[in-house]
Design a binder for this molecule. Structure first.
Ligand SMILES: [Zn+2]
Length: 161
């Protein structure tokens, strides 16, 4: 949903903040270095991923496998972020909330900061909303009447972490 602001979603996918499946605290999903072996090539989006919860100590790794066409892929399809989950474990994103009748979500704080910055910079409360080509934010987020609500929810999410 938030493609196109400061790059694609892939640019933010190095870190997912999710609800820990064991204790519901904020857990992290990231790329541990060299998990697949030092000399293996890196394929962005298809690297070993690690889930770590610093609250309860849960740690879980998943590793892609080399497939028939010699590419590294996961056994399962990546989960769909539009469902409010991370790509790799399918866990509920920590930074998500209901906003203006829609679901708003972010992979991590950097992602959230960039969207907030974008909205502050490009949306003025008194102006009609303007669908800029550079932004693929959903239309409801770009409506100036929603600006205050969106920024309020973003602020609240930031304080959760
Ligand atoms: Zn936990």
């Amino acid at each position: 949903m938030l493609n196109g602001v400061g790059g694609s979603l892939l640019a933010y996918s190095d870190l997912f903040l999710v609800h820990c499946p064991r204790c519901s605290s904020c857990a992290r999903i990231f790329t541990p270095s060299n998990a697949k072996g030092q000399n293996e090539p890196r394929y962005t989006g298809h690297e070993s991923k690690r889930l770590v919860c610093s609250k309860c100590g849960l740690t879980k790794d998943i590793h892609p496998k080399r497939s028939w066409n010699n590419l590294w892929t996961f056994n399962h399809e990546l989960f769909d972020e539009k469902q409010g989950v991370d790509w790799y474990f399918g866990l509920s994103l920590y930074l998500q909330a209901q906003c203006c009748g829609n679901n708003i979500w972010f992979f991590n704080l950097e992602h959230l900061d960039h969207i907030e910055e974008y909205i502050k910079k490009h949306l003025r409360p008194s102006e009609l909303y303007y669908l800029s080509m550079e932004s693929r934010l959903p239309a409801w987020m770009k409506r100036s009447k929603n600006r205050g609500e969106v920024l309020k929810v973003i602020d609240k999410l930031r304080q959760k972490v």
